[in-house]
Design a protein around this ligand. Structure first.
Ligand code: TMP
Length: 212
């Protein structure tokens, strides 16, 4: 019998501090005795990580078309959902995922302009029909996101296809996330990502507490 754990996803622009916040919530929930699985998209399994590498770093004369990008994201998700997320939820674990299908709606839908009803169908199919129980969108204005992500790229020093996009792309992503929150207020919370990591973590804890 399925024990049905909790599935929480973290969304938002580059530079919003998702990974730090995910780690802090994982520590908090583990200290309360939960089994916590942390993972990310695109990626989370060896095969899906290979697709992540193509999606993030592809360069050269052959264009990676938006439609191909969408299908690779969904292929990675299908693998990840079936290999990692569903088995963990069935064990009763809490799964914290750094990005999930709302990123597809915001990036490939709102920013790359692919039909969002097609994306909605592919999303739920790839996710094996399991929706997140709670989605936290870490919200940051475009300029702060650019500053923080730019610093990260300088340190890491590698080309990233998404971070290389311009401000107008990233402002469409942000609008896309806001539209999702407006459409699904039960599942989705906008979290102000300005402030210290501790301040943001407190906002996240109080949103997550509604689930436990
Ligand atoms: P990140 O994990 O470092 O944020 O990198 C993942 C990138 O992939 C990020 O720029 C957003 C993008 N992305 C999409 O465009 N669509 C998706 O469905 C997902 C999961 C991520």
């Amino acid at each position: 019998m399925s024990k049905n754990g909790k599935f929480i996803t973290f969304e938002g622009p580059e530079g919003a501090g998702k990974s730090t916040q995910l780690r802090l919530l994982a520590e908090e929930l583990r200290s309360r005795g939960f089994e916590v699985v942390t993972t990310r998209e695109p990626g989370g399994t060896p095969l899906a990580e290979l697709l992540r590498n193509i999606l993030k770093t592809h360069q050269g004369t052959e264009t990676l078309h938006p439609e191909t990008e969408l299908l690779l994201m969904e292929a990675a998700r299908s693998q990840h959902a079936r290999e990692v997320i569903l088995p963990a939820l069935e064990r009763g674990a809490v799964v914290l995922c750094d990005r999930f299908y709302d990123s597809t709606t915001a990036y490939q839908g709102a920013a790359r302009n692919i039909d969002t009803s097609l994306i909605a169908e592919l999303n739920i199919f790839a996710a094996a029909f399991r929706k997140p129980d709670l989605t936290l969108i870490l919200d940051l204005d475009i300029e702060s996101g650019f500053r923080r992500a730019g610093k990260r790229q300088e340190t890491a020093g590698e080309y990233d296809r998404f971070e290389a996009e311009n401000r107008s792309f990233h402002s469409r992503v942000r609008e896309g996330f806001h539209a999702i929150a407006a459409k699904e207020p039960q599942r989705v919370r906008i979290i102000d990502a300005e402030g210290t990591p501790e301040e943001v973590a407190a906002r996240i804890r109080s949103a997550a507490d509604e689930l436990f």
